[in-house]
Design a protein around this ligand. Structure first.
Ligand SMILES: Nc1ncnc2c1ncn2[C@@H]1O[C@H](COP(=O)(O)OP(=O)(O)OP(=O)(O)O)[C@@H](O)[C@H]1O
Length: 229
């Protein structure tokens, strides 16, 4: 489990996170939702220890993040970090050379799932296919937790659906996934837990299925209540 406890973060005098707490379980997809600039990326960076925080505590399976933690948690940023002149095959080789946790079998399966061609250059890919390669490079690592920043942002409906399908497949099951988004159209069905962020705090944390069953409400219904008051 990832536990985020009372996280505060300031940039200069601007308070971006003002006591954010939530948990994300293994085997579940947790979605951090909030408008642009609410601090979603900052939270992921804080979990990975990529940005200093002012206060608060983050635990991964009960431990503070340490060197070994990077073998069980990975961060997939919202833009691909591989040089554009690389082919997909070269990017995969790079990852294999760099990470002990690279799983070539899963990578090959993901290539097929996303219908990507290894010999294609990253610079020649469409936006949707670039997003898929970016996800492939992260999902092919044998890690327990995956953090993904806006994996559905700015891509067409068919690519969104294909990416959503990968989340409900065996390629992701059993892992703990945290994704961020500012809109949940087309992806509501893949989400287990929702963390709504507003004004530097968690305004609501809930299980999507429970709210659907017990209150007959969709995630969007709850968002409307929270954000529109
Ligand atoms: N390095 C930085 N220096 C100063 N301010 C920053 C820095 N990084 C982020 N911020 C500010 O912190 C706030 C939160 O940024 P963050 O990128 O975490 O938001 P977000 O919710 O991920 O937004 P988006 O949906 O646009 O990606 C924003 O107001 C942003 O301008």
């Amino acid at each position: 489990m990832i536990e985020v406890n009372n996280l505060t973060k300031k940039f200069g005098r601007k308070i971006v996170l003002n006591g954010v707490s939530f948990t994300a379980e293994k085997g579940e997809i947790t979605c951090l939702i909030g408008v642009n600039g609410v601090g979603k990326t900052t939270i992921l960076n804080a979990i990975m220890n990529l940005t200093p925080v002012n206060s608060g505590k983050i635990l991964i399976d009960g431990d503070k993040i340490k060197k070994e933690s990077y073998e069980k948690i990975t961060f997939i940023p919202d833009a691909i970090t591989m040089p554009p002149q690389m082919t997909i095959a070269q990017a995969m080789q790079f990852m294999q050379d760099f990470y002990n946790s690279w799983n070539q079998q899963r990578a090959t399966e993901l290539l097929g799932f996303f219908k990507l061609k290894e010999e294609e250059r990253i610079s020649n890919l469409s936006k949707g296919n670039t997003a898929k390669v970016n996800l492939l490079l992260g999902l092919a690592l044998d890690v327990d937790y995956l953090l993904m920043d806006e994996p559905f942002s700015g891509i067409d409906i068919f690519s969104r659906e294909q990416i959503a399908d990968v989340f409900t497949s065996h390629l992701v099951e059993d892992r703990g996934v945290i994704i961020t988004t500012h809109e949940i159209n087309d992806i509501e069905h893949i989400i287990d837990k929702v963390v709504l962020l507003d004004n530097g705090v968690v305004s609501k944390e809930f299980n999507a299925e429970e709210v659907r069953e017990n209150e007959g409400k969709s995630v969007i219904d709850v968002m409307r209540e929270v954000y529109r008051g």
